[in-house]
Design a binder for this molecule. Sequence first.
Ligand SMILES: [Cu+2]
Length: 561
Amino acid sequence: MRFRMMQGLILAIASLAPIGAMAGTYDLVIDEQIVNITGKDKKAMTINGQLPGPTLRFKEGEDVTINVTNRLDVDSSIHWHGILLPYQMDGVPGISFDGIKPGETFSYQFPIKQSGTYWYHSHSGFQEQEGVFGSIVIEAEKREPFKVDREYVVMLSDWSDETGDQIFANLKAQSDYYNYSQQTAGDFFDDVKTKGWSAAFKDRLSWGSMRMMPTDIADVSGYTFLMNGKAPETNWTALFEKGERIRLRFINGSAMSYFDVRIPGLEMTVVQSDGNNVQPVTVDEFRIAVAETYDVIVRPREDKAFTIFAESVSRTGYARGTLAPREGMAAEVPEQRDSQLLTMSDMSMASMGGMDHSSMAGMENMKGMDHSKMAGMEGMAGMEAMDHSKMMMGASSANSDYAPGSGLAPEAANGGKFLVYADLKAQTPFADYREPDREIELRLTGNMERYFWSINGIKYSDAEPVRLKMGERVRIKFVNDTMMMHPMHLHGMWMQLDKGNGRFNPLKHTVNVAPNTTLTVDVPVDALGQWAFHCHLMYHMAAGMFRKVIVEEAVVQTAAQ
Ligand SMILES: [Cu+2]
């Protein structure tokens, strides 16, 4: 009798569920509130009262409706980073839609056609840095190719007590404003003016390395690095039972900061990047560019705490949390490593050429200089002919993602395996893999001294859109002519990162392009409309390293007589 009633109740509930596709409605409210992250009360922007905003959990195949209400007194927006959707839902003001006015609600509606770890953030002003960002976890329709016992999102971010507007104004006024250490570009070029190139270089070399522009590693410092919104001393903690397989979904939601991530005492098996499964690769450490995601599986076999250590690449701080069997535990926090220094390898002639040419008057001196006195500078002979390939110097780097001899190439703190892009091989081969139909070269350009960032020397406001045709396969060749790393992000479509793995080239939404390197990606053009394509360093994007991409219907060839 009782059993029957229960059965009847279950049937009644089941009949209320929609037939066919799943549907979910989510509400996000963007507002201002006072937070205290550094010991000072500061105004932040929050989503549903949180910083970062709540984790949105979707299911592949679900039709989502996300109502975003803007309670700020300025326009806002939410962009769903890495999500494939109709372009009108992509959330970029001026490209996808008009933005969300103060007091208004915009309803985003789109089907979820993928799975994995992603994130969302404002695409208005500098709101992302001030707190308008959060994570997205999409459960796969099919069974995952790996087994996990529990999982956590690990959202990394950079918090500043200064507003984005203040920081950008400071950078525009003085590009080395946030450089608290060592030499600046200005110092170097002053030296060039007074002593000529030869002497200026020799001076730098006599220090043993080119301390030319430490600001180029990170142009903004003074950040407090957060893990899931918590400062290092707050120690965000994830619990486990020994022997469990734990999936950590790392997301770099920073405005400007890259991290080198490790968990001393644990190997990490990378199983996904940018939401796409990759063939498992076990590493000791990996670098996460701004806006990238990496999912790793760890398996602590001891009943003790482990530190999750995300050291900023600028080495000005770290985000830190703990994996522990019980609350309140902590493991040793590693010492921070010395800051990385740019070498000659990180500077293409173009990046020097991009500087003020008047200060290069002493260039002729280079021909006459005595190479024999420049230990380790054999490659400098190439300066005479300005041959980029010969600009490399020093021991060749083991990290294929950086120019040989680069000062930025990372190494694992324990001397073990550091993830490189070539390690990322798609879990399943891409069915439509083929030679590209054409190639587009995008040179990443800039002028550090005046804080201009651009593509092919042209900033966004002066540039024509990049036009693509539906169905074509376009190779994009990024040539980094600057001395900084740039995390390039394409909206709406995948980039297949070409590191020689053919049809196993992984699908990425964001790729890091190191200084003085060329990186190629193939884009299967499969989404009509207008899309944003930009460097994800917030102040580079704002300065103009940005393009609109327009995908048009291919003209149908008719066999007219
Ligand atoms: Cu950039």
